[in-house]
Design a protein around this ligand. Sequence first.
Ligand code: ATR
Length: 277
Amino acid sequence: MRVPIACVVGWPIKHSRSPVIHRFWLNELRIVGDYVIKPVEPDKIAGFFKTFASGSFVGCNVTVPFKENAFAAVDSLEPAAKAIGAVNTIWVEDRKLRGDNTDAAGFLANLDQEAPGWDRYGGPAVVLGAGGAARAAVWALVGRGVAPIYLVNRTVARAEALALRFGKGVRPDDWAALPQLLDGARLLVNTTSLGMEGQPALPIDISPLSPHAVVTDLVYVPLETPLLAEARKRGLTTVDGLGMLLHQALPGFERWFGRRPRVTPELRRAVLETMVN
Ligand code: ATR
């Protein structure tokens, strides 16, 4: 029998944590298989997807900057991928490529695991940023019935375009409106790159948030961003971005290797160990 091997494709891609996650699960579940990094130059990506179904991989993850290429290349799309407009997980079925986007499911699973009951009040939520990560987070929140969702972005036109895609519950605005929008909000989500190592912190005052608010950051380097540190000091519930990275990996593993793994403290520790310089 052929040993199943999956990969992650991106460019540049040296620092991907995905092999650590999948190899941890393969080892834990005693599955003979592997998961490798596949760097592909941008001008070769179309050819890579074209021959993928007849190649040796059972599937792949797709990361920056190829999620939209993957969206265009697959033969069929799961509903999440269709709604988000990007594919991060591919598997081969009957020699055809099927594409999913597991970021939204990973985002929700992380909140459910780390802050159970976070959606009890249904909103309001404030989402910062309007890029690909925001698209996944907003689609996930809409699907959970969270409303209103205030979508705040430096470039308001991007927030407006995203809001149009997801309906009336999503309200675009600019940074200047934040003090009012945060007032009493139950959930704050950062999908921008601010707060990431080497980037400035988010320039916001979170004191107007509800005292019962949950604050989550998609940035996971550092694990505790300035935003999360401030929220924790204020006694709010915080959820870091590493959990989303781990949860979004799960559906792909299940498709490729046939078993459903779990996100555990041991897995978190194994991935964190690779982040210490
Ligand atoms: P991703 O796909 O990871 O979401 P992206 O599409 O590059 O990445 O989006 C990055 C987000 O971070 C955007 O919302 C961006 O705001 P703009 O749309 O105005 O560019 C936001 N962002 C990045 N740097 C920022 C900064 N210095 N101040 C405010 N927002 C910033």
